[in-house]
Design a protein around this ligand. Structure first.
Ligand code: NAD
Length: 351
């Protein structure tokens, strides 16, 4: 496909290529959709096999951000940037200031943040050239508690839909990955009396949740076969795949991880089996909500409250899925598209 065909395929608005030979900076900023607000999305620093791969990644990731913000009820659009290169580069000031200058040319149509291969320190360099950057040191801080609270509320919504009650006391919940988000998620769940079965490749992290919340530990490969009410993937992506589906014995899949489905057909399979899947980008939107709060100077309580609304969003989504016979991952896209269309329609009137 030609470049403009690719850009047009999912209706992207704009793609910027920026080249700074003095430091070897090669950056691509993709803006998918700004109907709801400025495009927000992090900067990925990655050694792609070729430029086309980088371009397609920027298109794919920016589109994902549009959907995530739309479903979360935020007034943000979707964008993302990629910097092509080895992310272990040590001379980072020039690269990230060059990136900041590229972002600045968009005058706020795009706001960046950290992502894979970039850090809070890199964003400080970006901020020397543009104010359109979030996730800086001394800003809204660690997003994990907000993300975890959103996931907890999402699990309650899934329980309400599947079991008729959102009370999690006595429910068995498996948590894969007890890192930043997983730890706080366990805290929320244990607080309500859920029985936790956890795993992590980091033994110290497992020990901490066993000690703090009375969780039962299992090995990393054993977690999929544990019979439970809910499986909460909170480590890696693609853990719902052909292999794990063979052994999974749960009613609900709802966790913090991104890209939970190895492929969309695995979402179809969950639907066919009656396993309720809370789509990843809906249930883990707390991180984005936290950034949005930073942009709008919300109090921490307000960001937390907004993350709590994931409960009602998911209930609506599950109802739509049931009414239309759609797998939940498709219902999520529908909710996002409906909101963008609805708000976009309002903008036809001059006020
Ligand atoms: P983290 O790195 O702090 O925690 C991940 C944990 O998973 C680590 O403790 C790691 O040891 C463990 N892990 C890695 N491979 C594993 C395996 N094979 N089996 C078991 N455990 C394994 O990351 P995090 O910030 O807690 O994020 C967790 C997930 O949630 C990621 O997929 C991330 O993309 C997603 N997410 C995070 C946020 C956020 O606010 N941090 C927001 C949205 C989505």
């Amino acid at each position: 496909m030609e470049f403009f065909e690719l850009i047009n395929e999912h209706g992207h608005e704009q793609v910027v290529f920026w080249n700074e030979p003095s430091c070897g900076y090669r950056g691509i900023i993709a803006i998918h959709n700004t109907v709801l607000g400025p495009a927000l999305g992090g900067t990925r620093f990655w050694q792609y096999n070729n430029d086309r791969e980088a371009f397609i990644d920027a298109l794919r990731l920016s589109r994902g951000m549009t959907y995530k913000a739309a479903v979360a009820g935020l007034n943000l659009g979707g964008g993302k940037s990629v910097i092509i290169g080895d992310n272990r580069a040590t001379d980072r000031e020039a690269i990230f200031r060059a990136h900041g200058r590229a972002v600045e040319t968009l005058k706020g149509r795009y706001i960046t943040a950290e992502d894979v291969g970039t850090s809070v320190d890199d964003m400080e360099f970006v901020a020397m050239e543009t104010e359109h950057v979030t996730g800086r040191a001394a800003a809204s801080g660690d997003p994990s508690p907000v993300t975890a609270y959103g996931v907890y509320r999402g699990i309650k919504a899934a329980a309400k839909h599947r079991f008729g009650s959102d009370d999690l006391s006595g429910r068995t919940i498996t948590v894969q990955g007890v890192g930043h988000v997983g730890y706080y998620l366990c805290q929320n769940l244990a607080g309500e009396g859920a029985r936790l079965v956890v795993t992590d490749i980091d033994a110290a992290r497992v020990q901490k949740v066993v000690h703090d919340f009375g969780a039962t530990a299992v090995g990393p490969d054993e977690i999929y076969a544990v019979e439970a009410d809910v499986y909460a993937p909170s480590a890696l992506g693609a853990t719902i795949n052909d292999d794990t589906l063979k052994v999974l014995k749960v009613q609900v899949v709802a966790g913090a991880a991104n890209n939970v489905l190895a492929e969309e057909r695995h979402g179809d399979e969950l639907h066919r089996r009656g396993i309720l899947y809370a789509p990843d980008y809906v249930i883990n939107a707390g991180g984005l909500i936290n950034v949005c709060g930073e942009l709008n100077q919300w109090t921490p309580e307000r960001s937390m409250r907004k993350a709590g609304e994931i409960y009602t969003t998911l209930l609506r989504l599950f109802e739509l899925s049931e009414a239309e016979g759609l797998p939940t991952y498709q219902a999520a896209d529908r909710l996002a598209e409906d909101r963008i269309q609805g708000v976009g329609a309002l903008q036809r009137t001059w006020v």
